[in-house]
Write a protein that binds this ligand. Structure first.
Ligand code: SAH
Length: 255
């Protein structure tokens, strides 16, 4: 990625971005730039809004950063692969971690599903959205993954597009080579859903129902049981490396 500047601070702005524009900073953003990064007027940062690519911007303000003056485009808007991460939500810090890692791995949608052994009752979607933005800011990601509202696993299965590949990460699957398991679906051009269960694993009837679904690929993540947030990274790395935009960026279907 020769053209990506990973040194300059990056900030998500929910505002149109165009050369010559001036975007006001909210209190948190002004505080982050001025007090945390100790940047003053004229300092340059990179900004993105998830739609208009990445832009260089100059800090403006009398005493502390109050606005950003949009200077020039630095990167064109790109698109994420059509890869959804479907997961049983975890408790706070582990969920924060899992969301950020899924975003770094390039998913375009985060779908929490409530399964029999899911240990959390409520899911804070706003907190998940904040984690999406934080991961995007830190990792030079230009598109924001969508955060869907939680639904039950059954509801999600009945609503999903049946032609999509469902990569079912099953802790009960016999440990076979996951790369070989993904081989038959290499080069697919339809969307992919990667499903990871809760810390308590999938219930037997959930497993049976999942294995009956069309286009389901049962994936083993090796001979050991991984914690759900570890499984997220392992599964998404395998899928991106074998089927996603880690191999043929130009050919991937995008959202
Ligand atoms: N019952 C175990 C498994 C839960 S692990 C426990 O309580 O620890 C959480 C999820 O991570 C699983 O539902 C599965 O989706 C995924 N996972 C963990 N280890 C896996 C493996 N070896 N193969 C496939 N999926 C795995």
């Amino acid at each position: 990625m020769p053209d990506t500047d990973f040194r300059s601070p990056r900030l998500y702005l929910d505002a149109p971005l165009a050369a010559g524009g001036r975007v006001p900073l909210d209190r948190n953003q002004g505080n982050y730039l001025g007090n945390v990064l100790r940047l003053g007027t004229g300092a340059k940062v990179l900004v993105f809004n998830g739609r208009d690519g990445e832009w260089q911007a100059a800090i403006a303000g009398r005493k502390r950063p109050e606005h950003l003056d949009i200077v020039a485009a630095t990167r064109a808007q790109d698109r994420l692969p059509d890869l959804h991460y479907v997961f049983a939500p975890l408790k706070h810090a582990r969920l924060d971690y899992m969301i950020q890692k899924a975003v770094e791995m390039g998913v375009c949608k985060l779908q929490p599903v409530l399964t029999r052994f899911t240990q959390v009752a409520r899911v804070n979607s706003e907190r998940m959205r904040a984690n999406v933005i934080e991961a995007a800011e830190q990792c030079g990601i230009l598109s924001l993954a969508e955060v869907e509202d939680p639904v039950t696993l059954d509801r999600w299965l009945s609503a999903r597009a049946a032609e999509r590949l469902l990569v079912f990460c099953d802790e009960a699957a016999s440990a076979v080579n996951p790369v070989a398991a993904l081989e038959p679906v290499r080069g697919i051009t339809r969307g992919i859903d990667v499903l990871v269960g809760p810390e308590g694993g999938f219930a037997e009837d959930e497993r049976a129902n999942l294995l009956k679904q069309p286009n389901t690929l049962r994936l083993s993540l090796g001979p050991r049981i991984l914690r759900a947030d570890t499984a997220a990274v392992a599964a998404l790395a395998l899928v991106q490396a074998e089927l996603g935009d880690w191999t043929q960026p130009e050919k991937q279907p995008t959202r």
